[in-house]
Design a protein around this ligand. Structure first.
Ligand SMILES: Cc1cc2nc3c(=O)[nH]c(=O)nc-3n(C[C@H](O)[C@H](O)[C@H](O)COP(=O)(O)OP(=O)(O)OC[C@H]3O[C@@H](n4cnc5c(N)ncnc54)[C@H](O)[C@@H]3O)c2cc1C
Length: 302
């Protein structure tokens, strides 16, 4: 904790906000998880860079997250340094007629509305995904036939020595729910997205249509992290889980959603251990009955 105290003292000097013993259940869409020793909430790139440099000096690898909508945090919490880039790190601007730059904490909803405002098409698929732009780039988030790969031109990042860098195009390594940043411990600071000029009314209609699909099909009234498993080649995790009769199957407060079997929900009082155990039991049963190995999409930390 001594090393962390030095970073906290440094953060105070540069006016970077932080929270001690931060309950991660307040920062994750699953509403589970223990306390993080400290969560830093930088509001400028300068603050972020200073925190990362102090971490590097103290040989601490911080954990970075955005909106916590694809995250399961251990019930024991997170030791060391955690950095949140969400509404504390939100900025968006038009670079030219069809190019947008936004900082990593910008919500996808904000980004989609900004594109709409400027009659730019290409991001409609992302409307309704409750993450940040940084989290979406890291995960190559996608839905309804679209993915970040289609619109992401480049990402700015900072490595853990505090040095800035940039990945462009192919270098981003965007694949199914993964990118060159996956498990790499770089911090994505900003995204450049290239869209196309479109018709405002049509863009809006598409966004509303896709949002309505989510409302109709997904258990949005209960805490979750969206699809719990990745889509297996040539199949759907939800269909396989339903086929195995697991809709509604529960462990403690964790449940396979009765509305959409691809979602695990916190029906009340779930712990992360409940959710993890449920995930293991479901994938074991699916493997036994269908021969398909499911892989968890949701990231676990702790
Ligand atoms: C109801 C619901 C519906 C969903 N629907 C979809 C969907 O249709 N399609 C889809 O793809 N996902 C979906 N998701 C999952 C989730 O919203 C996406 O994966 C989203 O992109 C995660 O963004 P986030 O900011 O919440 O990331 P977090 O959950 O905070 O983090 C996810 C991962 O990204 C890393 N990360 C986050 N920000 C940064 C950064 N700035 N720099 C480096 N690493 C970073 C974290 O370390 C972590 O490993 C859904 C989730 C919910 C709850």
């Amino acid at each position: 904790m001594n090393n962390i105290s030095n970073i906290i003292a440094g953060a105070e000097k540069i006016g970077c906000k932080y929270r001690l013993d931060a309950p991660m259940s307040e920062y994750t869409s699953f509403k589970t998880g223990g306390k993080a020793d400290v969560v830093f909430l930088p509001s400028t790139e300068l603050q972020l860079r200073s925190i990362l440099r102090m971490c590097s000096d103290e040989e601490i690898k911080p954990f970075i997250f955005g909106n916590g909508s694809n995250l399961l945090v251990s019930d024991d919490g997170i030791r060391g340094v955690t950095i949140r880039l969400s509404n504390n790190f939100e900025e968006i601007k038009l670079i030219n007629e069809t190019t947008i730059y936004c900082t990593a904490g910008t919500k996808l909803a904000t980004l989609c509305k900004f594109a709409l405002e400027h009659s730019l098409t290409g991001l409609e698929f992302a409307y309704g995904i409750p993450g940040t732009a940084g989290g979406a780039a890291y995960m190559n988030a996608g839905a309804y036939g679209g993915e970040m790969k289609d619109v992401l031109y480049s990402c700015n990042h900072i490595d853990f020595s505090g040095n800035p860098g940039r990945l462009i195009g192919e270098q981003l390594g965007l694949g199914y729910r993964c990118s060159a940043y996956t498990d790499k411990y770089f911090v994505i600071t900003g995204l450049t997205l290239v869209l196309e000029k479109g018709d405002k009314e049509q863009i809006n209609a598409k966004m509303q249509e896709l949002l309505q699909k989510r409302i109709d099909k997904q258990p949005l009234d209960l805490p979750s992290a969206g699809s719990f498993f990745k889509r297996p080649e040539g199949n759907f995790a939800g269909a396989l889980i339903e086929q195995c009769g697991l809709k509604g199957f529960s462990v403690g407060g964790a449940q396979v959603s009765v509305k959409h079997a691809g979602f695990v929900v916190n029906k009340g009082g779930a712990t992360t251990a409940d959710i993890m155990e449920l995930g293991i039991l479901v994938s074991e049963k699916v493997l036994e009955e269908t021969g398909v190995q499911l892989e968890r999409e949701v990231k676990y930390i702790g």
